[in-house]
Write a protein that binds this ligand. Structure first.
Ligand SMILES: *Cc1c(COP(=O)(O)O)cnc(C)c1O
Length: 412
C-alpha cells in the first residue's frame, strides 16, 4: 500500500447488499426445510467476497462454501468463528494444517486426501470435519464407487482407533445437467448419491457416534439450478452460488421470473464525445465503419476489466435510459459507443450491465458464454462498491469511504 489515496476506478461494480439479502431469503424459503449454503468462491463470483460474505453473515447466514483453501482461510478471518466454512478443491501438496487449525471443513474426493487429512490431524492435534464428495456422474472431482468402498473401510478403521480425530460432517455431490430439467441424468445421479449416503449412514451408525452423529450428517447435492427446479430439494442443504447473485442458471427463465434481483451493477462513464464523419472507422482492425455522420462516445472498460472482447460489435450499453451499440473491437481499457445525435455528454453514467441496463445474460449471449463467466471475470482493476439501496450508503471495498448512492430508485 502506498500512502497515496486511490482515485477510485472509472469502471466500478456496485454490489447491492439489499438485493443479496432478498435473493438469499427467496432461495432459503424455496428450499426449506433444506438449508442454504452460500457459495462465495472466486471472489463471490466476481462480486467481491468481503462485501458479499459480510452482508450475508450480517443477515444471519452462517454456511459458506468455497473452492480453495486460501478462499476458506480468508473467509475465516473475515467472518470469525461462528461461520461454518467448507472448501473442496486442493492438491496433494496443499498445506492442510492451517485449514484444520481454522476449523475449515474439507471435501474429500480421493483416498489420498483422506490419508493426508488424517496425518495433518495427528501433526496438529486437531479433529477434522470432512464431507465425502461423491462423483455421481459429473466426472469431475469426487470419489468413484471403488474409492467410496476404500474410504468407508478407512472410516471403519478410524472409528476403531483410540481417538478418531475425524468427524464426518457431510456427504455431497454435484449435478451435471440440473439446468436442463428434462434430462434423465439428474435422477440417475441422485440414485448413485443416495446409495452412497445409505452406506455411509450404516458405517456411522456402526461407529456409534465416534465419527459424528448420523442426525447431524449434512447431505447436499443441489446447486442453483437444482435448488430452483427440484421440489422437494434433495438433502439437508443446497449449495447455491449463481442464484444468490440474482442471476438465472436456466435457459428459459429469467432472474425476474425466479424472483431474483441482479446484485452487480457494472457502470462506467462517458469520457469523450466527438463528431464523426460518414466513412470513419472505429477501434483496432476498423471492423466498424460509420454509415452516416454520427457521434462516438468513448467509455473506459475493456478486457483488462474483464469485459469479453468477443462481444465486440454485438454488445450494447445503457446511457440516460437508452440503449446504444458497442461498436468496433472492445480494447483492453476502453470501448466505443455510437450515440448518433442522442443527448449524450461527457460525464454521463454508462450502465454496462445491471438491473437498469443490459443483463449479464445478454453479455453472455453476446460473448458466446454464460452469465456465470461474465460476472466472475470482472477483474481486480474494477472497484467493488457495496451499496444498499434500502440504506443508501456506499462503502468502497470496505475501505471506509462513504458515498451516497444515488439515482437507483427507478431501477427494476
Ligand atoms: C460452484 C459450485 C456450486 C455452486 O453452483 P451454482 O450453479 O453457482 O449454484 C456448488 N457446488 C460445487 C461443488 C461447485 O463447484
Amino acid at each position: 500500500m502506498t500512502s497515496r489515496e486511490s482515485q477510485g476506478s472509472v469502471v466500478r461494480a456496485e454490489i447491492d447488499a439489499a438485493a443479496l439479502r432478498a435473493n438469499a431469503a427467496v432461495l432459503a424459503a424455496g428450499i426449506a426445510p433444506a438449508r442454504l449454503k452460500c457459495v462465495v468462491k472466486a471472489n463471490a463470483y466476481g462480486h467481491g467476497v468481503d462485501i458479499v460474505a459480510t452482508a450475508l453473515h450480517a443477515a444471519g447466514h452462517r454456511e459458506f462454501c468455497v473452492a480453495t483453501l486460501d478462499e476458506a482461510l480468508h473467509l475465516r478471518d473475515l467472518l470469525g468463528p461462528d461461520a461454518d466454512i467448507m472448501a473442496w478443491l486442493y492438491g496433494p501438496e496443499s498445506d492442510l494444517d492451517a485449514p484444520l487449525h481454522a476449523d475449515i471443513a474439507l471435501g474429500v474426493s480421493t483416498l489420498g486426501a483422506l490419508d493426508r487429512i488424517l496425518e495433518a490431524t495427528e501433526r496438529t492435534g486437531t479433529t477434522a470435519r470432512i464431507h465425502l464428495k461423491i462423483d455421481s456422474g459429473l466426472g469431475r472431482n469426487g470419489l468413484t464407487p471403488d474409492d467410496v468402498a476404500a474410504v468407508l473401510a478407512k472410516l471403519r478403521d478410524c472409528a476403531a482407533a483410540d481417538r478418531p480425530r475425524l468427524v464426518v460432517a457431510g456427504v455431497m455431490s454435484h449435478f451435471a445437467v440440473a439446468d436442463e430439467p428434462d434430462r434423465p441424468e439428474t435422477a440417475q445421479q441422485q440414485q448413485v448419491f443416495d446409495a452412497v449416503r445409505d452406506d455411509l449412514v450404516a458405517v456411522l451408525d456402526a461407529a456409534g457416534g465416534r465419527l459424528g452423529e448420523v442426525d447431524d450428517l449434512d447431505i447436499h447435492i443441489a446447486n442453483s439450478p437444482a435448488a430452483l427446479t427440484l421440489r422437494p430439494v434433495p438433502g439437508t442443504a443446497a449449495r447455491v452460488g449463481l442464484a444468490l447473485y440474482g442471476l438465472s442458471p436456466l435457459e428459459d427463465r429469467s432472474a425476474r421470473d425466479l424472483g431474483l434481483t441482479p446484485v452487480m451493477r457494472l457502470v462506467s462513464e462517458v469520457v469523450n464525445v466527438k463528431d464523426i464523419p460518414a466513412g470513419h472507422g472505429a477501434s483496432y482492425g476498423l471492423t466498424y465503419t460509420a454509415e452516416t455522420d454520427t457521434r462516438f462516445a468513448l467509455v473506459p472498460g475493456g478486457y483488462g476489466d474483464g469485459l469479453p472482447r468477443s462481444a465486440s460489435n454485438r454488445a450494447a450499453v445503457t446511457i440516460r435510459g437508452q440503449r446504444f451499440p458497442v461498436i468496433g473491437r472492445i480494447a483492453m481499457d476502453q470501448f466505443i459507443v455510437d450515440v448518433g445525435d442522442a443527448e449524450v455528454a461527457v460525464g454521463d453514467e454508462v450502465v454496462i450491465f445491471g438491473p437498469d441496463g443490459p443483463s449479464a445474460d445478454e453479455w453472455g449471449a453476446w460473448a458466446d458464454t454464460i452469465n456465470y463467466e461474465i460476472v466472475t471475470r470482472i477483474s481486480a482493476r474494477v472497484d467493488r462498491l457495496g451499496v444498499d439501496v434500502t440504506r443508501a450508503d456506499v462503502d468502497v471495498d470496505g475501505s471506509g469511504v462513504d458515498i451516497v448512492a444515488g439515482g437507483r430508485e427507478g431501477a427494476a
